[in-house]
Design a protein around this ligand. Structure first.
Ligand code: GLC
Length: 666
């Protein structure tokens, strides 16, 4: 060990329990290097000495990566951001965020991946591997059950054990397989105990059960009591807290915390410092290549939600307008990277992507209505629209509607934006909506008035190129929703509620996201895993092979039956037909994104292991599989099942519980 804890005094060790300043760790009176921490999941956000933010590549938001259903995009995102960390001297990137998208209202949903834990978990795992492959650390966050911005510092997330293990922990459990160098604890209490002081969460589950071996840091200002946090398994309180030293020294003198307990935290910091000193920090991309990576990832994550024969746009005279026609929307807060890339108006990108076959008028965000809201052009957008072959409307949320520090109170677009769509539709029937939002939007007021909708999330600095290439067919859209689009907010498990300021009970239990809409048999606007394409795909020849007692191989053929090269995300869901605990109708247990040339077929193979069939038994304190019938479904979405087959699991009698009689096993 290069840095030996024996060389540190007790006072120096106590100093190390908190940061040196807002972004650096302490240096124990110069005995240690200080390491730099910097945000975030969508690009490097790092302060200059004068307090301004360094310029970096604004990558697509996490929702776009998840909508691509391709973990290679998560890895590429991690590798790309890591290059800028190396360039600017950041040692640990404060990302990825994997909190479950429990309500579409959460302001930070754009930074998170999905309503499904395994989709989120495997995206985060690949992101971590991408970043750390370049010798830069990560911080898996925010551990855990941080599913709202409302009252995030105070309101306790109140959830039962099975819900925690089946829904809110698995993304962390899967991501920890990549051994992130650090994990960041959440602000909120979990069942009444601050996440920063929650020994069950930080030590028993994260380290004991999930096998995490790195350092646990706090979210910024999340620690209420440094010594309690240290004892619970929180190793580093960020940012610097001037009171930390006194509090911990007093607790030590009172015998509330021992030097051995302090040493555990300090040793993890020393281990982290050692990790940052490696020979992997080699920049392999130029600024332009990083921009192209942003375009590539965005292209793969754009979801075609509706298309009544109008897309792809290959020629014609278009009006391109709306608040995000000039530049893509972005979410606000700590995740926002400051890019010096100046995007082109989508109209310009459409002309370019169509090789000049498209003519496109550039209009500003809002244009003059009859009620004379003014903008750069005093043109009445509607009369312009009347003369066009089609209108491309770039709408959505963006900051400050979506961002850290606050949640939406509605999932509808603003009244003005809805008016633009409805008004425009009176003057031109060929409306294409480009929706830019970090989470689901209630499209019901206008969806029937438009011919096509693409969902681009917050697509990053490369958004305009990516959107143009998808709209013109240069790229065949292949994204699928990583969260459900409910018809209205009231259909969601939480509706307009947001807790009472002290706690919020997760009453829906394991029935979150599509699990809820299935249980309640609710119609939705766009189901989990939904996305259209310019190509068409046939599913056939399902085979389910038993490889072991709880090891199955599910394989099936996918054929591109169109004349267009494309990619198809096929999803494998498992349902437990009868169980003595309430279980979701189906749960995602595997998926594949298969890139297929026109007419090409490929066989997809998905492995299912014990966890694909198990539920978390609070009676047995472990994951448990009940014998009986299970249904394996292969879907183009969670609501479009293309292939299915039942299997019967007959597990050893002595491992079963609450059986009726032995006879059924003999
Ligand atoms: C913020 C965020 C966290 C971020 C940290 C540093 O409050 O919750 O995600 O990494 O503080 O900016």
């Amino acid at each position: 060990m290069k840095y030996d804890i024996k060389n540190l005094t007790l006072d120096e060790k106590i100093q190390l329990l908190t940061g040196k300043n807002y972004w650096q760790t302490n240096d124990a009176n110069g005995k240690l290097p200080s390491i730099w921490l910097a945000d975030g999941p969508l690009g490097l956000r790092m302060a200059n000495p004068d307090g301004t933010t360094k310029q970096s590549t604004a990558m697509p938001s996490s929702v776009v990566i998840a909508n691509s259903w391709n973990t290679e995009n998560a890895r590429l995102q991690g590798e790309t951001i890591a290059d800028e960390c190396i360039q600017e001297g950041a040692d640990v990137l404060l990302a990825p965020g994997v909190n479950m998208k429990r309500t579409p209202l959460c302001g930070r949903n754009f930074e998170y991946y999905s309503e499904d834990p395994i989709l989120a978990g495997y995206m985060a795992k690949a992101f971590i591997e991408g970043v750390q492959s370049k010798g830069i650390g990560t911080s898996l966050k925010h551990f855990y059950a941080n599913n709202r911005e409302y009252d995030r510092f105070v309101q306790s997330s109140d959830l039962d054990e099975r819900t925690a293990y089946e829904i809110y922990l698995p993304a962390f459990e899967i991501a920890v397989q990549a051994q992130p160098w650090t994990v960041m604890c959440a602000y909120n209490p979990i069942n009444g105990v601050w996440a920063s002081e929650n020994k069950q969460a930080l030590t028993d589950i994260l380290c004991g059960e999930f096998g995490f071996t790195g350092l646990v840091m706090s979210d910024w200002e999340a620690v209420r009591s440094g010594w309690r946090a240290a004892k619970a398994g929180l190793d580093l309180r960020m940012p610097f807290n001037p009171n930390e030293y006194g509090e911990v020294k007093t607790a030590y003198e009172k015998g509330w915390i021992t030097e051995e307990e302090i040493d555990i935290c300090v040793q993890r910091l020393l281990d982290l410092i050692e990790k940052t000193e490696n020979d992997k920090k080699i920049i392999t991309t130029t600024k332009e290549q990083r921009h192209q990576n942003a375009v590539k990832i965005a292209e793969d994550g754009i979801v075609l939600l509706k298309n009544e024969g109008i897309l792809p746009l290959t020629e014609g005279d278009l009006l391109v307008c709306g608040p995000f026609a000039k530049a893509p929307a972005f979410g606000g807060g700590s995740a926002r990277a400051q890019s010096d890339y100046i995007p082109k108006h989508l109209a310009v990108e459409l002309v370019s992507a169509s090789d000049g076959k498209i003519k496109a008028d550039e209009q500003c965000g809002y244009f003059a209505f009859r009620s004379a809201t003014s903008c750069d052009f005093m043109t009445d957008g509607f009369t312009v629209a009347r003369k066009k072959d089609a209108v491309v409307l770039c709408l959505g949320t963006g900051f400050p509607i979506e961002g850290e520090h606050g949640d939406r109170t509605s999932i509808r677009l603003t009244e003005l934006q809805e008016d633009i769509i409805l008004g425009m539709a009176k003057y031109n029937e060929n409306i294409v909506v480009v929706l830019e939002s970090g989470s689901a939007v209630d499209v019901s007021p206008w969806i029937d008035k438009v011919k096509a909708v693409v969902w681009a999330g917050f697509p990053g600095e490369g958004g305009q190129e990516a959107i143009a290439r998808v709209l013109t067919g240069k790229v065949c859209p292949s994204g699928k929703t990583s969260e459900t689009f409910p018809i209205r907010l009231e259909d969601t498990p939480t509706g307009e509620t947001r807790g009472n300021g002290f706690y919020e009970s997760y009453n829906e239990g394991v029935f979150m996201g599509y699990r809820w809409y299935d249980k309640m048999q609710k119609q939705v606007a766009f189901p989990f895993g939904f996305g259209l394409s310019y190509a068409s795909f046939e599913y056939s020849d399902l085979k389910i092979e038993k490889k072991g007692e709880l090891d199955y191989e599910v394989s099936y053929l996918i054929k591109n039956t169109s004349a267009v090269d494309g990619a198809e995300v096929s999803q494998v869901y498992v349902g437990d037909i009868f169980c003595r605990v309430p279980r979701p109708e189906k749960e995602l247990k595997g998926w594949a994104k298969t890139y297929l040339k026109a007419g090409e077929s490929k066989r997809v193979c998905i492995k299912l292991n014990e966890r694909a069939f198990a539920f978390y038994s609070t009676a047995l304190k472990k994951w448990h599989v009940e014998s009986g019938e299970f249904i394996i479904q292969v879907g183009a979405s969670s609501r479009e099942i293309r292939l299915s087959q039942s299997i019967e699991l007959c597990l050893p009698y002595d491992e079963q519980y609450s059986t009726l009689s032995r006879e059924i096993y003999e």
